[in-house]
Design a protein around this ligand. Structure first.
Ligand code: GNR
Ligand code: NI
Length: 177
């Protein structure tokens, strides 16, 4: 397994729509495993392939808390078959928007169809943090970040701060003192 670099916003690669996986084979399983390693190292509770520069419809999630046994999920070509009318709000973060959080409202429960790591079709129902996380990761596959689901004012503040943080880091790297 290998830990991969996570792309930080603003970056046009995070706005790309991803292609479906044709078949979950050894190549895709390796991407899934590298993504889980990257997610646990971060640490994060989810990761989408485009965040590590792979523009295919693959996501991993593990909503287990630190004091619980790991519950890794690896999904290819996830599709939402049903979403509840009931909504829930979570304070979301994103490994591509480090150090920024915002409340995001999404359906509280979803039924999702996907291919598992053995290329088998599965259908599962999720609620709570798992439901939120799956929807957050699926958004990434369509080039959507959680900041696209909050006010333009808050989005602008977060994206400008990230651009400034990157500029400061680049200047420090270029001019050592
Ligand atoms: O680590 C993460 N935490 C998180 C918290 C609330 C809602 C969604 C998430 S996903 C995020 C990791 C990430 O960026 N996935 O794309
Ligand atoms: Ni994210």
């Amino acid at each position: 397994m290998a830990k991969l670099d996570v792309i930080i916003a603003p970056d046009p690669r995070l706005k790309r729509a991803c292609k479906p996986v044709v078949r979950v084979d050894a190549r895709v399983r390796r991407i899934m495993d590298d993504m889980l390693e990257t997610m646990y190292a971060a640490p994060g509770i989810g990761l989408a392939a485009p965040q590590v520069g792979v523009f295919e419809r693959v996501i991993v999630v593990d909503p287990a808390r630190a004091d619980e046994p790991p519950r890794p999920w690896q999904l290819a070509n996830p599709v939402i078959l049903w979403a509840s009318d009931e909504m829930s709000i979570y304070n979301e973060g994103c490994l591509s928007l480090p150090n920024h959080w915002a409340d995001v409202e999404r359906p509280a429960r979803v039924r999702v169809r996907y291919l598992d790591r053995d290329n088998e079709i599965r259908i599962t129902e999720a609620d709570g943090l798992l439901a939120t996380c799956i929807q957050h990761e699926m958004d990434h596959l369509d080039g959507v970040l959680f900041v696209d689901r909050i006010s333009a004012l808050k989005r602008g503040i977060i994206l400008r701060r990230l651009a400034k943080t990157r500029k400061t880091a680049a200047e420090k790297a270029a001019v050592p003192h």
